[in-house]
Design a protein around this ligand. Structure first.
Ligand SMILES: [Zn+2]
Length: 195
């Protein structure tokens, strides 16, 4: 997929939930590993997740990931933890603040291949920073589609359901600990409660 280059670069894998972003990230990491490259994987601190975790919970190869702070200067821990790696992967990038943009630009300037996976839209169907900025700055962007659970067409949106009903447009974007679920939906089948 990639030309041999002396510089670093940013590649973004984005799309809705259930679109296969993490599988695509893992596929790229496996190929980098075969090529003998050194890889570090990072995920944001959300809920009560600290320390080490993994990317890829389904069958097949999973990767150890470092959990790093998602806000403010803490995001720079990604840079501090590196030790000469060729490839830096960042999963669930939508949970990071826009500080991640500067971190990724710095990594690419330092010659790293930066592979980012994350949602590009909130449950409202609005741009979900920092992915839109990262997509603009990246050398490569792949936007994957899921399958709409209602009509079977390609899905680009995240349908949020609270107690089985469409979420209200005024809910917080990230609601920790709520009884909620998500489905992939197309533009036509995506709904928001507005009453
Ligand atoms: Zn649909």
């Amino acid at each position: 997929m990639h030309a041999i280059t002396q510089s670093g670069w940013i590649e973004v894998i984005t799309g809705s939930m259930f679109s296969g972003k993490t599988e695509e990230l893992l596929r790229r990491l496996r190929r980098a590993e075969i090529a003998g490259q050194e890889i570090s994987v990072f995920k944001p601190e959300v809920d009560d997740r600290y320390g080490e975790t993994t990317v890829g919970s389904h069958a097949g190869r999973s990767w150890e990931a470092s959990v790093v702070p998602s806000e403010g200067e803490g995001v720079w821990q990604i840079v501090d933890e590196l030790n000469g790696e060729d490839v830096v992967a960042i999963d669930e990038a939508n949970f990071f603040s826009t500080e991640l943009v500067d971190v990724c630009e710095r990594l690419a300037a330092d010659g790293k291949r930066v592979v980012i996976s994350g949602l590009d839209q909130t449950y409202r169907g609005e741009p979900f920073e920092p992915l839109p900025q990262l997509m603009a700055l990246a050398e490569y962007v792949d936007k994957l589609q899921a399958i709409c659970t209602i009509c079977g067409e390609p899905a680009t949106r995240n349908q949020r359901l609270i107690d089985g009903e469409p979420a209200h447009v005024d809910e917080p974007t990230v609601l920790v600990g709520a009884e909620e679920s998500y489905e992939a939906r197309c533009r036509n089948c995506h709904t928001l409660r507005r009453d």
